[in-house]
Design a protein around this ligand. Structure first.
Ligand code: HEC
Ligand code: HEC
Ligand code: HEC
Ligand code: HEC
Ligand code: HEC
Length: 217
């Protein structure tokens, strides 16, 4: 007659298994969260003080991105337009619309509209818009079809591996700089995209950039 009944054996085996498995499950779970859209903030909804709709400004009206994000070619930041920029049109266009009541209010109080940011890299990462757009990386390659978004969402993960994937082989993502802000640019039919990319890389003197101090300085 054994000292303990048989079932206690199964119980102790099970609890040993659980003890070993738990940390693995916990770590696995964390990794999934970190790599999921939730962790990277992809497609996260951001509520704005005024419902500014890129579809009506970029899509229908065909206003160039640089009209509002006017530092994008010259500085690290693309910049968010001031209330004055809004009023340069809305003093005339839709100047009675209740949808624009808040815009007028901020304008007359001479205060910036407190937009909430959608994209946010950690402070220890250095990013620079001007070098990207001047070397032929278009807005759409990183931000997607802004012209189809009622509210801007982050479409790229902005993780280090996402940056590095392009930095290792940038020629695949190049376009002629004059199509910088085009949301629909593709190589013309019949043009070899790979050759075009390689030619543009030569023309704009584009290098692979993978050393740590490119982005961590
Ligand atoms: C190589 C990828 C890439 C390209 C190309 C790019 N962006 Fe960005 N954009 C980013 C990243 C990354 C951020 C977040 C920067 C941060 O948090 O410091 C950002 C942030 C922004 C912001 C928020 C304000 C700011 O300056 O941080 C605006 C507006 C913006 N981009 C507009 C544009 C426009 C317009 C273009 C094209 C003319 C463009 N971007 C091209 C990656 C890109
Ligand atoms: C170059 C001219 C121009 C500028 C600059 C401009 N808008 Fe507009 N906006 C328009 C036009 C035109 C419409 C009407 C669009 C339509 O009905 O298709 C409009 C419509 C709107 C509407 C009404 C709702 C909608 O989306 O149709 C809001 C709100 C708005 N704009 C906010 C802003 C804000 C905030 C700014 C500044 C960041 C701004 N606009 C800058 C031209 C402009
Ligand atoms: C009429 C002005 C106007 C034009 C034109 C415009 N934008 Fe914007 N954009 C704004 C405003 C205002 C915001 C801040 C509110 C918001 O996020 O919707 C913004 C926000 C953004 C953001 C998110 C910034 C953040 O907080 O991270 C991106 C990315 C962006 N714009 C890209 C573009 C691109 C690409 C184009 C051209 C295809 C473009 N915009 C054209 C006014 C404009
Ligand atoms: C779609 C392609 C693409 C993506 C995505 C991309 N980059 Fe770049 N990046 C480039 C190209 C092309 C250059 C120019 C390289 C050269 O010729 O020096 C560049 C250059 C840079 C530089 C050099 C700037 C300087 O002044 O020396 C920095 C910093 C940088 N990228 C940061 C980032 C970060 C951070 C991310 C991710 C958040 C990122 N990039 C994502 C294509 C990309
Ligand atoms: C092209 C830009 C780029 C280069 C080059 C780069 N990093 Fe990063 N790194 C990032 C970005 C963006 C983040 C933050 C996003 C994230 O959490 O993935 C990051 C995050 C990190 C972190 C924080 C931990 C983590 O994984 O989130 C460490 C540590 C790091 N990088 C080390 C390095 C080292 C070491 C190198 C050189 C071998 C390097 N990085 C090269 C863009 C870059």
């Amino acid at each position: 007659m054994p000292l303990f009944p048989r079932w206690t054996n199964t119980v102790s085996r099970l609890s040993v298994f659980l003890l070993l498995a738990l940390p693995a499950v916990a770590i696995g779970g964390l990794l999934i969260i970190v790599r999921s859209p939730y962790g990277t903030k992809v497609n996260r909804q951001v509520v704005q003080p005024i419902q500014f709709d890129h579809r009506h400004h970029v899509g229908d009206e065909g206003i160039d991105c640089r009209f509002c994000h006017y530092t994008v070619e010259k500085s690290p930041n693309a910049g968010i337009p001031s209330t004055q920029v809004c009023m340069s049109c809305h003093a005339q266009v839709w100047n009675k619309s209740p949808l624009l009541g808040l815009v007028r209010e901020y304008y007359f109080k001479d205060r910036p509209i407190p937009w909430n940011s959608v994209h946010n890299l950690p402070d220890f990462v250095y990013f620079n818009h001007s070098i990207h757009v001047n070397k032929g990386v278009g807005c759409a390659s990183c931000h997607g079809r802004i012209d189809q978004m009622a509210a801007v969402e982050q479409v790229s993960p902005l993780t280090m591996s996402w940056c590095l994937d392009c930095h290792r082989a940038p020629e695949k993502n190049l376009r002629p700089v004059e199509y910088m802000t085009s949301m629909t640019w593709k190589p013309d039919p019949g043009v070899d995209g790979e050759k075009l990319g390689a030619d543009l890389a030569k023309l704009y003197n584009v290098h692979t950039r993978t050393s740590c101090d490119t982005c961590h300085r």
